[in-house]
Design a protein around this ligand. Structure first.
Ligand code: ADP
Ligand code: MG
Length: 487
């Protein structure tokens, strides 16, 4: 029995997300194996990663720094004392037979990430914890017809696991949450956030309940989504599936399901009864970690301005719209460029328009990032200033000067002069043009005096003609109106 929307509307979804982010460290979490995606299979695995007898793990301090950065950014409490634990299970891509993780003492607890809800209102998603652990290797099922292949290069890659409280209420909120997390990881340069390559992964825990109900429903964990969009699709499917099951009187079981992106459905992988008992115990080969206040402060000093802080500044101090501010802070590169640009011009809105208009069009057209954009912020500010001073029109700047600047090192003013685009905005020369127009058209002047005010447009057109298009329209317009009144 399919369920219609009025029945669905009686239910609400409860969602908690677990994100695994591979850290961009040079070496792995507990060995000096190179940590890099894309190498030939099994070329980046030493005996330490394989857990051979007699080898010892060595803590990569960079992973602590990255975890602390993210913790500070999310307002988490950072644990002064932590130890590692072994999570034991058998799997062909787990050569040691256990994963090193943090069980009872995660490095970060509490904190939150601010997202937009369905109505574009701000909503805080509370974090349960962020902890450090290591990735397993990779089993590859689709390359060989008969066998599963194992690539252990990924084994020992440092991960941050970021777990939310079940605060997410819809697939859209989940989408927005993941977008924010990815943005933050990229700003902090902790993780490249690439879900297609698996360097950021997400497990979605989903349940539904009747609105007004206090108790949570039975949750299902969905894995295997390789884009933020697919997480959204998987959640949408799962919400409908669960509501239908409940309405049809079929009990839900706590289970893990996999998302099939082609069919857009989830499929049962294993039920809770088959769940592993990981037999966590403290990792005997690694020292406990201490993180003191001085260290946290030293890390905080190295952190860039965060997207949220920039957003606040752009909306509250620079008076930009939320839309503009959101776009400008979408990527760190764009935000940094804008920051440099407005160091040279205080015309914040005009600068934002250039960024979101001509600059982004260029980046999209050529498929490049802002760091490959050929015009420096300082040179672009020259163009913004030329328009502000009324020396060139916005349309000439965009159509003629900007394209020239892309292909040369010249300043906007030089190009404007070369192309003969400098507008005349000196009152004296504009006045002379207006008098010339009046002299050329005595009949129209008479008609205007007799009340045909609509002739203003005609005079403006003539003014552009005699000035060969170089009269600054804004100044000309007000001067013309003033002189017409005085006729
Ligand atoms: P497990 O022990 O199965 O891993 P956890 O309690 O660690 O479960 O929670 C894992 C994730 O599931 C967290 O993000 C949490 O917010 C979320 N979660 C817990 N209970 C529910 C529920 N009933 N519905 C949806 N999400 C839930
Ligand atoms: Mg869990």
């Amino acid at each position: 029995m399919a369920i219609d929307d009025s029945i669905k509307a009686k239910y609400e979804a409860v969602i908690g997300l677990e994100v695994h982010a591979q850290m961009l460290t040079k070496s792995k979490a507990y060995s000096n194996d190179i940590n890099e995606y894309g190498a030939s299979p099994n070329t980046q695995v030493s005996v330490v990663t394989l857990g051979h007898p007699g080898t010892l793990p060595v803590m990569n301090k960079k992973t602590i720094e990255y975890a602390v950065k993210l913790g500070i950014a999310c307002g988490c409490t950072i644990a002064p004392e932590q130890y590692f634990a072994r999570k034991n299970y058998f799997y062909p891509d787990l050569p040691k037979g256990y994963q090193i993780t943090q069980d009872k003492t995660p490095i970060c607890t509490g904190g939150s990430i601010i997202i937009r809800d369905e109505n574009q209102e701000e909503k805080s998603i509370r974090l349960t914890r962020i902890h450090m652990e290591e990735d397993a290797g990779k089993s590859i099922h689709d390359v060989d017809v008969y066998d599963t292949l194992v690539d252990l290069n990924r084994a020992g890659t440092p991960l941050l696991e970021i777990v939310t409280e079940p605060d997410i209420a819809s697939s859209t909120e989940a989408y927005n949450y993941l977008t924010e997390v990815r943005k933050l990881l990229r700003y902090l340069e902790i993780c490249d956030g690439n879900m297609e390559e698996g360097s950021m992964r997400c497990d979605a825990n989903i349940s539904v309940r009747l609105k007004g109900e206090k108790a949570f429903g039975t949750k299902v964990e969905v894995k295997n989504m390789n884009s933020i969009r697919n997480v959204q699709r998987a959640i949408e499917f799962e919400i409908s599936r669960q509501i239908e099951a409940i309405e049809n009187g079929q009990p839900l079981t706590q289970e893990t399901r996999a998302f099939d992106a082609l069919k857009g459905i989830t499929i049962s992988m294993r039920t809770k009864e088959a769940a592993n008992d990981y037999r966590y115990f403290p990792e005997p080969d690694l020292q406990p970690i201490t993180v003191n206040e001085a260290y946290i402060q030293s890390v905080e000093k190295t952190m860039p301005a965060l997207p949220r802080v920039l957003f606040e500044k752009y909306t509250k101090v620079y008076g930009l719209s939320s839309y503009d501010a959101y776009n400008l802070t979408d990527s760190k590169g764009i935000a940094l460029y804008y920051e440099e640009l407005i160091a040279f011009t205080s015309n914040y809105k005009a600068a934002a328009n250039w960024m979101m208009g001509d600059v982004k069009s260029y980046l999209n057209e050529f498929g490049v990032e802002i760091d490959q954009f050929p015009i420096t912020p300082q040179r672009l500010s020259g163009l913004v200033t030329l328009i502000e001073q009324g020396k060139v029109s916005t349309s000439m700047a965009s159509q003629r000067i900007f394209p020239e600047m892309l292909n040369s090192e010249a300043e906007a003013i030089q190009i404007a002069e070369q192309l003969n685009l400098i507008q005349d905005s000196s009152e004296d020369s504009l006045k002379a043009f207006i008098i010339e127009v009046f002299n050329n058209h005595p009949n129209e002047v008479e008609r205007f005096k007799n009340g045909e005010k609509q002739l203003t447009g005609f005079f403006m057109g003539q003014l552009m003609k005699v000035s060969k298009g170089k009269a600054d329209p804004k100044t000309s317009n007000s001067l013309l109106r003033q002189m017409l009144e005085e006729l």
